[in-house]
Write a protein that binds this ligand. Structure first.
Ligand code: GDP
Length: 399
């Protein structure tokens, strides 16, 4: 089901822990069984040796993983400021993002630039305050810097349990449960007595902030003087997707703490391809919308081309229709046809071949020889030149 797809990016200032977090997500979702570490050069999303040497993510890659009945297509977005064009390019094809912050440094210069790029592209996001195990880690200070410098309405759903080296888990303020990680395993227990009062206080703050912005939550808040976990979750989803609120979680990627709640938040709050506006493109000189429907004519955007030992891999975001193995498609801008010889789902350490892919999905294809980043590949009978999603024009008053 396409509602079960999340096309997700991870955005961060360099060094905030994006690579480590990606690793841990792939590990938690069973995509990799070996835990790569950044410093030993085995990180599985690093396809390029230059990248390994420099320890920064230069080239974007898309990796599929599964979580709780959902397919998460993780689109790597380069964090280094020199590559902001690549960031922009990958932002085009994702539907939501995790923004990673350092719990000590808070908002850093590149966090601001990726934030603005995400704003321009209308990307819904949630925040992960990472490195809670570091000396000086402070969730409240990090959240203040996010509020002051990036101006979202932070909706903090975690209360950290202990600090720095002792950081063992979080209180989930929706369910009011303590989630701790013991020997790498998630343990779910009642909130300890010492944290009860603080957890109640923070839950109340969260409820107030949500009620103020969400009518259904407000009704419940006024009637019951509390909001149920289910209503809160639904309201957080709506506020995330509309960009009115920023759900904030915390953890330590390095210590593998906080990954499962983060994945649960991705599934619960970030949109599926059906929840985002239909793609726009130019057909016969006119701007048209094309719904994310498998029955529509095929239209896809190339966002990455990688030369590998097994051939040229062309990464596509399918916006509408269905692409089948063996099909011939039109590269609209170049008015040239390309053959889709194979369709691959790329996992971190292997690829699986599929016979078709439908609207909303991200796959890599083998066959196209000339298609480039930015090419629109379409059904020749209904060519659609895709554009980056339109950002609203500056408000112009109409008399
Ligand atoms: P990226 O540049 O954003 O991809 O960041 P990396 O994942 O490469 O991490 C940068 C450095 O921070 C590495 O030395 C990581 O081991 C370290 N790091 C990442 N996550 C954590 C964390 O949760 N806690 C601590 N203490 N260090 C972390």
């Amino acid at each position: 089901m396409r509602t079960n797809i999340r096309n997700l990016g991870i955005l961060a200032h360099v060094d905030a822990g994006k690579t480590t977090l990606t690793e841990r997500i792939l590990y938690a979702t069973g995509t990799t069984h070996k835990r790569g570490e950044v410093h030993d050069g085995t990180t599985v999303t690093d396809f390029d040796s230059q990248e390994r040497e420099r320890g920064i993510t230069i080239f974007a890659a898309a990796v599929s993983c599964a979580w709780d009945g959902h397919r998460i297509n993780l689109i790597d977005t380069p964090g280094h400021v020199d590559f902001s064009d690549e960031v922009e390019r990958s932002l085009r094809v994702l539907d939501g993002a995790i923004v990673v912050f350092d719990a000590v440094a808070g908002v850093e210069p590149q966090s601001e630039s990726v934030w603005r790029q995400a704003d321009r592209n209308g990307v819904p996001r949630i925040a992960f305050v990472n490195k809670m195990d570091r000396v000086g880690a402070d969730l409240d200070a990090a959240v203040s810097s996010i509020r002051e410098r990036l101006h979202p309405v932070p909706l903090v759903v975690h209360l950290p349990i202990d600090r720095e080296n002792e950081f063992t888990g979080v209180v989930d303020l929706l369910e009011m449960r303590a989630l701790s990680w013991v020997d790498g395993r998630l343990v779910d227990t009642p909130v300890p007595d010492v944290l009860q009062e603080e957890a109640q206080r923070r839950r109340h703050m969260l409820e107030e902030a949500v009620a103020e912005r969400h009518p259904a939550a407000m009704v419940e808040f006024c009637t019951d003087s509390a909001i149920s976990a289910a209503t809160l979750a639904a309201a957080l989803r709506d506020l995330t997707r509309s960009g009115e609120g920023l759900v904030v979680l915390c953890g330590s990627a390095y210590r593998n703490r906080g990954i499962e709640p983060l994945l649960a938040a991705v599934v619960a709050y970030l949109p599926s391809p059906l929840d985002v506006p239909p793609v726009q493109g130019i057909q016969d000189g006119v701007t048209r919308e094309r719904p994310a429907d498998p029955a529509e004519p095929f239209a896809a955007l190339v966002f990455k081309v990688v030369a590998t030992t097994t051939g040229r891999l062309t990464y596509l975001r399918v916006y509408s229709g269905t692409i089948r193995k063996g099909a011939t498609v039109l590269d609209v801008g170049a008015t040239r046809t390309e053959r889709i010889a194979r369709i691959l789902r790329v996992h971190a350490d292997r690829q699986t071949e599929v016979d078709h892919a439908t609207a909303g999905d991200i796959v890599a294809v083998v066959g196209p020889k000339m298609a480039r980043v930015g090419s629109s590949l379409c059904d020749a009978a209904a060519p659609l030149l895709l554009e980056p999603p339109r950002v609203a024009d500056p408000v112009v008053s109409v008399a």
